[in-house]
Design a protein around this ligand. Sequence first.
Ligand code: PLP
Ligand code: ZN
Length: 369
Amino acid sequence: MRAYYKCARCGYTADTNVWLWRCPRCGGPIDVIIEDLRLTLSEQRGLWRFAGVIPAKPLVSLGEGFTPLVKARFLGENTYLKLEYLNPTGSFKDRGSAVAVSKTAELNAKAVVEDSSGNAGISIAAYASVAGIRARIYVPRDAPEGKKSLIKALGAELIEAPSRADASKMAIGSIGSDEVYIGHTWNPWFIQGTKTLAYELVNQLGHAPTSIVLPVSAGTLLLGLFIGFNELMNMGLINELPRLFAVQVQGFAKLYEELHGEYRSEPTRIADALRVSEPPRISQMINAVKSSNGDAIVVTDDEIVRAWKYMFRSGFIIEPSSATVLSGYWRLMGNNKINRNDEVVLILTGNGLKYVDLINKYVIAESNI
Ligand SMILES: Cc1ncc(COP(=O)(O)O)c(C=O)c1O
Ligand SMILES: [Zn+2]
């Protein structure tokens, strides 16, 4: 497979035998482009079944991918839930980490630096540990304790920052000469991992669904799906792009605001995983939603808590940031963006087992938010 780096903004190109996390010429986000794309399925199970379209050596794996796709008749006749929270470290991030950390291992990196609201930090910590690479993870101070503990338990160095945005600035400012910035909000390899979700959905359903509802913050899942489905289209393996519906939360709705104008609100107090205020790949995110004929919506904390409780009662132990997709689905059904007969997939991105305190408060004691 022939792949190269390309800057979407200025056209800069480079060989992928070096580590780049952004364009060295203009500072914009950089992509990995595959020249001779052809789908051959490998014998391996999980994400690396699609090694034929992943431009990195499969050096690190924890069994990520091939998560269950379950029919949710309680929501709609053709509605499915994709249980991405059952990935090895409890979120879809493992797809991105498997590929990004494999690439750093291929390039003999000794240490990686990441900033995260929590889940990507947990995931990178695990994969780095398996690869024998040191990891330093910057998170906002108010990240859930369960997430911070997991990052430490997995052997990474945890550094707490005043906010999510500060975590990013501190991480980028701290990179030593023998370290690699793996920050997933910029990283092109991470998206080469999340794109496998598109391949997997087509593999499991036999075709592409009509619509997909997913939580969006930095957009790594949105862009992975968009790139994956576009690759499948280009290879003639599907006929139409699914409509991508991005669900955002109060105070962190950059994509929604770019499409529909300002959204004034208090920042979310419950969807801690969706707090990227300035996504580096915002232009690509706008394009993904527009050219798939999708949309972006914002759901409130009230709506999230209602959906969260409903998902617990339905047997799905997910985190609040993931419950947003059910709030979004209800809203999109209400305004006819999604129709009863559409084949719809809701991506359940993160596991709820990290949230004892909030489960006690909102699900069991039923406190108001
Ligand atoms: C559980 C969960 N869902 C969704 C997202 C959103 O992903 P992205 O920031 O790539 O848009 C995240 C990101 O942290 C997450 O942890
Ligand atoms: Zn550039």
